[in-house]
Structure formats: C-alpha cells, structure tokens
Design a protein around this ligand. Structure first.
Ligand code: ARG
Length: 596
C-alpha cells in the first residue's frame, strides 16, 4: 500500500475496560445498597443501557422505569438516589439525571487511551467476539435453480446469506455455507425434451447458461400454448417432459449425462458471479444430493403414521396448525421440494451437528418453511427449533416487478456488467491514470449494487435505481469505498503511523471525539446485526463512520496539523477508521479499495 505500517508499536494487546460492563456492575451495587436483594443481574442491567438520542444528553442512559415496582419508588426518585449512591467508575466523567433516566458522560480519555489503541492493536480482529465459540452455524443461501436464470431476485439470498455467514464467523461460530442448488426436478425433463428438439451442443458450450435458459423458456411457452393466438397447449410435450425426468430418476445414462452437463455449464457461470462478489461456498450439495436420503425419511413419516393419501399423493395434514398440507410424494411416487428439504436438514444435522441452521429465501417461501419445519417437529426431531428461515422482500427495477418464467428478467450478471461499465466511464473521467482500473471498476460497480441493496431492511420490498446506487455523493457503496481510499491516501501522505506514544496527552476536538465514539460501537453493531439477522445494521454503521470521518477531515488538518501530537493522533484516528471500515466491508461483500 506504499506506506510503512509500524504495527509492532501496537502489538501489545490493550486490555480494554469494558465500560458498559463496569458501569452495569456499579449500578447493580448502587441498587443493592438502596434495596438489598432487588437488583437485576449485571447482564440484564448492561442490556438496559441505552444510547441517548441526542449527544448533549451524554454517552449512555439508564432507564429506571423497570425498577419502579421492586423499589416502590417513582423512576425520577430512583434516578436521583442511584446517582448519589453510584460508586467510582473509571472514565466516568459525569452522571446526570433527567426524568426517569440516569445519563452518563464518558471521559474522552477512555476513547483516546483505550478504544483507539485497541483498534490499532487488534487490526483485522477488531470487532470480533467469542459469542459463538464452540458452536456450528450452517447457512443455506443463494441456491439458484440450474438452467433457470440467475436473476436479480437472487441478489437478496446471495448477499444477505453471505453477510450472515461472515457475521457469525466474526463472532466465533464455526460456519458452513451451503449452496442448495436447485439441480433436480421436473424442469430437467423439460430441458431434455427441449434440447432434443432444438438444442445444439456447440452453441450451448459457447453460449452457456443463456442458451439453456432460452431452451427452457421456449419449451415452457410451447407447452402453455397461446389461447389468444389460437395456438393449442401441448400436453404431449408436458407428458414427455415428465417421462424424461422419470428416466433421470431411475438412472437413465443418457439423461443423467445430459443433466450433469447442464449443471456444469450453469455452475461455471454462477462461479463467475460469486467471484465478483468474493463469495465461496463450503458445499454445493444441491437437491439431487438427497435423492438416496429421502426414502428413510418417507419411511419415518409412515412409521409415525403421519402420511395420508390424498388423491393419490402422500401428504402430511397440517390443518390442526392452520396450514395447508405438506406434500411429500406425488401420485407417481416422485418426491417434492419439501421432501428434499426434510432429508437435507436431517443430513446436515448428522454431518455438521449444527447449533443453528439458517435458510435465506424470498418471502414467497415463508409458508413452505413453516410447513416442513412443523413436519420435522412431528417426526420427533427435537432439534427442529434450531432451524431458522430468513425471508426477504421482492426486488423491482424502476418499479417494474420481475417475472421469472417468461424470461423477462434482469440477470444478475447483466446488472453487474451495467454497473461496472458505468463506473469505468466515471473513472476514465475522474482518475484516468489509475492502476488496475478494471479491478477497481469491478469492485466499485458490484459493491455499489450490494451496498445499495443492503441499506434497506431485508424484509422490505426493494426498488432498484442504478443511478442512485452508483452515485459517489449519496449514501452509497462508492461513497464508502471512496472514504476508505481517502483514509489510505492520508496515511500514505503521512508516511505511515507515528511511533507509539506520539499522540500522548492530546485532547480531541468535537469532530474527533465523535468519530472514535462511533468506531467504538462496531463490536456491538456486529452483535445487533446477528440478533436481528440484518446486514443493514452494518451498512448503516459504515455510513455513520463515513459521515463522521468526512466531518473530521473537513474540520481538522491531518498531515499539516498544528502540533506533532495532533498530527500523530489524527493519523492514528485515520488508521483506526480505515481498519474499522475495512473490517465492516468484509461483512457485507464490499471490497476494500485502497485507491479509486
Ligand atoms: N432453489 C430455491 C429457489 O431458487 C431456493 C432453495 C432454498 N433452500 C432450501 N433448502 N429450500 O427458489
């Protein structure tokens, strides 16, 4: 990166005082003094601490409302008495009461002497925790359907899923990322019929997945017919497709070879997209992988008398739970989507002994997951409660809903390509001499899409505007990456980090103290994002950091600071910002860009 980073000076690990923890302990003691035996435990008290909405109120607030019953006093009176009995808390500068709240101001030296040093010392590890130590987290995400388009509807599962995986990893969980490829099912019967009718081997080898999708769309249209144009539906081709799939199920060599080839071609392309996002999977065990694992589960359902025959199909009746039945076997005995999910869950539990297994899909599948989670419970698998479905809203572009079956969709790779082209054009203008232009254009273009998507709550429907996503001015990925690059260039200009101790005694100005206060929240934000399964917490945090950093950059001279201590402190603060931004980027598929 061109500057010599004197990390050795910071290798001593600072044992940072966990301020909230110490404060919670002190509050506990104070309550005990007032009314012995009534204090909640420290963890509960720590969790009751809030961040006041307005900075002038202080850094932390403790609401006394909940204590009112046990202490038989009004909250303002509790606040007043606690403020008097509260013992000595290191780095606590001031305690104020405001109605039923106790407000606390933390001394700046806590942030300059502890937090800042901790960020510099821990570097890539800053923000990590051990909450998940010894536990295993399995996550099923992305999971496109082979030979159907990998379209923008999959953006959600891909980037939310990856982010949840990274977040868990960051807090100590052992993680297993599974791409549950939709590589089995009647669509392959259709594709085989279409290929035999109209397919061309070399064309497909060259054209890849697009050619497969073309065939798939064509056969669907032909089967459907067109009433308005007087073109009849082709039930014969629908039947042929079922027959071809059935042949696949009984291991017909020709069909299996074709199927393998279709999967391979599709995978090749998915991997290109995953690479652009920096995503890898630990397993690509798709739906086909569970073929030989289903009979045992069907048998268990039978043994427990859970299967009912309904019009020839085997179902689990869920009316008692106010849900439609879960379909297990079709009339011809072939398995269904829920059957494969049940077998997959049992396999994963046996193979990975997970403590939590998550599935990220669009909200259209909420019922599907509720149904088969219930079936698993009825089957007597006691760990059913460890399964979690994470749904997300639909995506549209410029207000237009996206259909899948018709081929009228925006492919993820096209969306990325459009973004990359636009960024390349902007860069040609702004910074024509930049090295690795192509690499940067890809990181910024793809990052813009991901960041834009992840600034919204996952459950909300998302309407895409490419221009908004790519803007360098708004609350966007390019803005965040640009801020990161700005940090890098300042450190380079400064000739690297100052020696340890060079900033000693410096008292930060407002913009500086609010920036470190924000940086200090990173670890908690990671936990909040996990608690709510919500990567948006991280994107919004990144924007807060960028906002605070740019204010600091505007208010303070860094390299040309007024004193050597100020300069040293500001370079350290810039380095800490860079570290926190870089670590946070890693949690949401955003690449670090030292230069833009
Ligand atoms: N392939 C499915 C789809 O695109 C998503 C699979 C989700 N994972 C699962 N285990 N059901 O709709």
């Amino acid at each position: 990166m061109g500057y010599n980073k004197d990390k050795c000076a910071y290798t001593r690990r600072y044992k940072v005082l966990q301020f909230k923890e110490t404060l919670a302990n002190a509050i506990r003691d104070a309550i005990e003094q007032t009314a012995p035996g009534t204090a909640p435990d420290t963890t509960e008290l720590r969790e009751m601490l809030e961040y006041p909405p307005d900075k002038t109120m202080g850094d932390l607030a403790f609401p006394c409302f909940k204590l009112s019953r046990a202490l038989r006093k009004a909250p303002p009176a509790i606040a007043a008495s606690l403020s008097e009995t509260l013992g000595e808390v290191p780095y606590l500068k001031e305690v104020k009461t405001a109605g039923g709240y106790l407000n606390f101001v933390i001394d700046d030296t806590y942030f300059t002497d502890k937090v800042l040093k901790q960020v510099l010392a821990e570097g890539d590890d800053y923000g990590k925790s051990h909450d998940g130590d010894g536990k295993t987290f399995v996550i099923d995400y992305s999971s496109p359907n082979v030979a159907k388009p990998f379209h923008i509807g999959h953006l959600g599962t891909t980037v939310i899923g990856h982010s949840l995986k990274k977040l868990h990893e960051y807090t100590g969980w052992k993680t297993v990322g599974i791409n549950h490829l939709g590589d089995w099912g009647t669509q392959f019967g259709k594709l085989i019929v279409a290929y035999k009718l109209w397919g061309d081997k070399t064309q497909i080898e060259e054209g890849g997945i697009d050619k497969l999708v073309e065939l798939y769309v064509r056969i669907n249209n032909v089967i459907k017919g067109d009433e308005e144009k007087g073109i009849p539906a082709r039930d014969d081709l629908a039947q042929q497709s079922r027959d071809e799939f059935h042949k696949m199920e009984i291991g017909d060599e020709e069909n299996i070879a074709l199927w393998k080839w279709f999967v391979e071609i599709s995978l090749r392309e998915y991997e290109r997209t995953y690479k652009q996002l920096g995503i890898t999977f630990d397993s690509y065990a798709g739906e086909s992988f569970y073929t030989d694992k289903m009979p045992a589960q069907v048998q268990r359902l039978r043994d427990r008398d859970l299967l009912k025959i309904d019009d020839g199909a085997s179902i689990v009746d869920l009316s008692e739970y106010k849900m439609p039945p879960c379909l297990i076997l079709k009339r011809d005995g072939s398995t269904l989507y829920p059957t494969r999910d049940i077998a997959a869950a049992v396999y994963r539990k046996e193979t990975y002994q997970f403590d939590k297994c998550m599935y990220v899909t669009s909200n259209q599948q909420i019922l599907h997951f509720q149904q088969w989670f219930k079936v698993l419970e009825l089957m007597g698998y006691e760990w059913y409660g460890e399964l979690v479905h994470i749904p997300y809203g639909t995506v549209s572009i410029g207000g237009a809903k996206l259909a899948t079956r018709t081929g009228n969709v925006i492919l993820l790779k096209d969306l990325f390509a459009m973004a990359i082209d636009k960024v390349r054009a902007i860069m040609e203008e702004k910074n024509p001499d930049l090295e690795n232009k192509e690499e940067v254009a890809e990181a910024v273009g793809v990052g813009a899409i991901v960041f834009y998507y992840l600034t919204n709550s996952r459950i909300k429907d998302n309407d895409f505007s490419l221009d908004d996503a790519l803007s360098f001015e708004g609350n966007t990925g390019p803005y965040a990456q640009y801020t990161y690059a700005r940090c890098c260039s300042i450190i380079e200009k400064a000739g690297g980090l100052p020696p340890a101790g060079a900033s000693k005694g410096y008292a930060p100005v407002e913009a500086e103290s609010s920036l470190i206060r924000i940086l200090s929240l990173f670890g908690e934000k990671v936990k909040d994002a996990i608690r709510d399964s919500e990567p948006m917490v991280i994107t919004r945090f990144i924007l807060d950091v960028c906002g605070a950093f740019n204010r600091f950059y505007h208010d303070c001279h860094i390299v040309t600071a007024e004193s050597p201590e100020a300069r040293a402190f500001r370079v350290e603060l810039t380095e800490a910002t860079k570290t926190v931004l870089g670590n946070a980027f890693g949690l949401i598929c955003l690449k670090k860009t030292p230069k833009i």
